[in-house]
Design a binder for this molecule. Structure first.
Ligand SMILES: [Zn+2]
Length: 238
């Protein structure tokens, strides 16, 4: 999983992320002595999320995001894909190709972005499997056995949670956990609507609220990670 060290990710990736996929951050404290922090950036819902602003293409959004990641020297970020979205818009496979050409890995977000809470264990397992042929073909032997739960919902009963975790372990999957998510996807539709109306004032407000919300969440995540690190250090007398 990609790691992004000691910078403010929100400012560097804000514009392209405003346009497309759901961006999720994993924030974790690694180094016991310095309490230095690292975050791994990941992107959900490839190849498409929410309506597009006028004149913008999915491939164009992907190129912007990839360019932003590269210019900020972000290590390779996983994109969690739903192959089922290609049934309606097959040409969006271009997004996945661009992602891979840039050397970025793909992971499993289920075929149809299925809610485990609203479906059976069997249906959820089938949805994981249905996503695998395209994942496998695009990853060319690289590790794609990472699952990001859609909606971050891991099951509404203990039985479901345990059943899927057992299934994932049996099938050599890792669970791609999330520790920091400021629900950036919520800006996508308003941004598309305001762009369609060419409402520059509203767009500026959206950009400002996007950045300030990201900054708040990142700050909170950093504080929480430091607190947890202190608890761990105290427990193990580090
Ligand atoms: Zn998702």
């Amino acid at each position: 999983m990609a790691v992004y060290r000691k910078r403010s990710p929100a400012r560097r990736i804000s514009r392209p992320a405003l346009l497309s996929f759901s961006l999720l951050l994993c924030l974790f404290v690694i180094e016991k002595a310095s309490l230095a922090q690292e975050v791994a950036l990941t992107f959900d819902d490839l190849p498409a999320h929410a309506p597009l602003p006028p004149g913008v293409t999915r491939a164009g959004v992907a190129k912007q995001i990839i360019k932003a990641l590269e210019s900020a020297h972000v290590p390779k970020s996983y994109g969690f894909m739903n192959a089922g979205k290609l049934q309606k818009v097959p040409e969006d496979v271009e997004v996945l190709k661009l992602w891979r050409v840039a050397g970025l890995p793909l992971g499993n977000h289920t075929y149809s972005h299925m809610s485990l809470n609203a479906n059976t264990v069997e249906a959820f397992e089938q949805d994981i499997q249905a996503n695998e042929p395209l994942l496998d073909s695009m990853m060319h032997g690289k590790d794609w056995r990472w699952l990001r739960y859609p909606y971050l919902w891991e099951g509404d009963t203990r039985e479901k949670r345990r059943a899927i975790r057992s299934y994932l372990a049996e099938h050599k999957y890792h669970i791609a956990q999330v520790t920091l998510d400021f629900e950036d996807w919520a800006w996508n539709s308003p941004y598309a609507r305001c762009s369609a109306k060419n409402d520059t004032q509203a767009i500026e407000q959206l950009k400002a609220s996007y950045l300030s919300t990201a900054a708040e969440y990142i700050s909170f995540g950093q504080q929480r990670a430091r607190h947890q690190a202190c608890l761990i250090a105290a427990r193990w007398r580090l």
